[in-house]
Design a protein around this ligand. Structure first.
Ligand code: AHR
Length: 479
């Protein structure tokens, strides 16, 4: 397979926010996975796990979405501030019916954001919250100087405001966020977003609740009524092996589910294309971002775990889903301004799994590691032979070109060659691969899949030749 790179055409910038993450109060994501409390024997800084923060910093997490998900539309932020022993408990009705102590609230979230060095994406409550509650949360977080909410924040020992880069007005308002019709939501969006005020110098990027999967009518109606009032509109699409009601297992799955999960992930391309076409009608200059703030594989929970906790193992198949989807986002980088994989720790297609003080990095984590050079890179156009088991991205940053390739054949290696205008010098090459289609890392074998140097390549007369093994993700840097 031969690919010609055309680096001299000016490319689209791949926003680093495409590499965003999502942490919801769901199962063991926030509690246990991130927050263990200051008095935990698990090493932590101000209550937040040190191992998790270190691992996430390594993949350069650019933005974190919180507190949900469905949880966002029943979260009342004032219950999560002030002295912890006085915080009201709440029942997480969506996810397992567990009683939460609200120890992880606004201050703790911004402590996490500060430890990660990333931006905050707060999702506000439209489903069961008032306009006043949303307005006051924004004022509490971002108002400098004198105001009732700024003063309350100071009473809670935070003098300076925080920065809220992104704010979502409701989540899945067509479903768990209120079961609304698009016409009704669009009007509510216009009203609620009015009070998401900009108090400081930093503009808040406002995100409307967009469609589920292929609900093109939702996109049409909300864009038609509310486009001038938004900076972004969300899209949710999870990769499934078959019907929603009958999710396949994460391990020991039949070969057909290797293909069906990857095909479901590939559907993202069609969804973005069709939703973008609708958006183009109302926003031809592509000012408004399509924000894919929930994506990833959704599989059956691990046997014996709480079905409401969405804890699933993560295999080389999930690595394929991640790489294929990131390649699709790159291709649509002119419209996709941010994406947030669901979810960061212990939930759905997680980066990290924890068990007590143990932590493992998943194959998906390693894809985010291999791909991190693409963050804020310039997309390089290319053309060449088609192949239905190869998906790739080429981008350029600081004179270095990163070529990332996902090969999801189960059996055969594939020869590829990349040709450009210039001579190429190898800088670095790494990959992950596996021997079986459900290879994964667990607490007894944490390194079954890990990043290794990639050696099956040569550069001859300006052409990069590679042999990509099956079930692998490769990232090569040249200059
Ligand atoms: O990510 C899990 C759930 O999936 C989210 O809470 C919700 O928004 C979506 O349905």
């Amino acid at each position: 397979m031969k690919i010609i790179m055309t680096p001299n055409k000016s490319g689209t910038k791949i926003s680093k926010y495409i590499y965003g993450h999502f942490a919801e109060h769901l199962g063991r994501c926030i509690y246990e996975g991130i927050w263990v409390g200051e008095n935990s024997p698990i090493p932590n800084k101000n209550g937040i796990r040190t191992d998790v923060v270190d691992a996430l910093k390594n993949i350069c997490v650019p933005v974190l979405r919180w507190p949900g998900g469905c949880f966002a539309d029943e979260y009342h932020w004032k219950d999560g501030i002030g002295p912890k022993e006085k915080r009201k408990k709440m029942v997480n009705t969506h996810w397992g019916g567990l009683t939460e102590n609200n120890h992880f609230g606004t201050h703790e979230f911004f402590e996490l954001v500060s430890q990660l060095g990333c931006e905050a994406y707060i999702n506000g409550n439209v489903g069961s919250g008032t306009v006043q509650e949303m307005q006051e949360w924004v004022e509490y977080m971002t108002m400098n100087g004198e105001s009732p909410m700024a003063n309350l924040r100071k009473e809670n020992h935070k003098v300076d405001p925080w920065k809220v880069a992104f704010f979502g007005v409701g989540n899945e308002s067509w479903g768990c966020g209120g079961n609304m019709r698009p016409e009704y939501y669009a009007d509510l969006y216009r009203r609620y977003q009015t009070y998401v005020r900009q108090y400081g110098k930093d503009k808040i990027y406002k995100i409307a609740c967009g469609p589920n999967i292929d609900d093109y009518n939702w996109m049409e109606q909300v864009m038609n009524s509310a486009a001038p009032f938004m900076d972004g509109i969300s899209l949710h699409h999870y990769a499934l092996t078959g019907a929603w009601e009958d999710k396949g297992p994460a391990l020991n799955f039949p070969e057909e589910q290797w293909w069906s999960l990857i095909a479901s992930a590939q559907k993202m391309d069609e969804l973005i294309t069709k939703h973008s076409t609708i958006m183009d009608k109302y926003d031809p200059d592509k000012r408004i971002g399509l924000i894919v703030d929930e994506w990833g594989s959704w599989l059956s929970v691990e046997p014996g775990t709480n079905p409401g906790f969405l804890y699933q193992q993560n295999t080389i198949r999930d690595a394929m889903v991640a790489a294929v989807t990131l390649n699709i986002f790159h291709k649509h980088a002119d419209r996709v301004h941010m994406a947030n994989i669901a979810q960061t720790v212990n939930v759905l297609q997680a980066m990290l799994l924890t068990d007590g003080e143990q932590m493992v990095k998943t194959p998906t984590y390693h894809v985010f590691d291999l791909y991190k050079n693409h963050q804020d890179g310039e997309l390089i156009d290319s053309y060449g032979d088609e192949n239905d088991t190869i998906s790739y991205t080429i981008s350029k940053k600081e004179e270095k070109v990163t070529i990332s390739i996902c090969h999801f054949s189960l059996t055969a290696s594939k020869e590829l060659s990349f040709d450009g205008d210039n001579d190429l010098t190898l800088v670095d090459a790494n990959y992950i691969t596996a021997e079986s289609m459900d290879a994964h890392n667990d607490f007894t074998h944490p390194e079954t899949i890990s990043i290794k140097p990639f050696k099956e390549l040569s550069i001859l007369n300006g052409t990069l030749n590679v042999i990509i093994p099956p079930m692998s993700v490769v990232s090569i840097v040249v200059e």
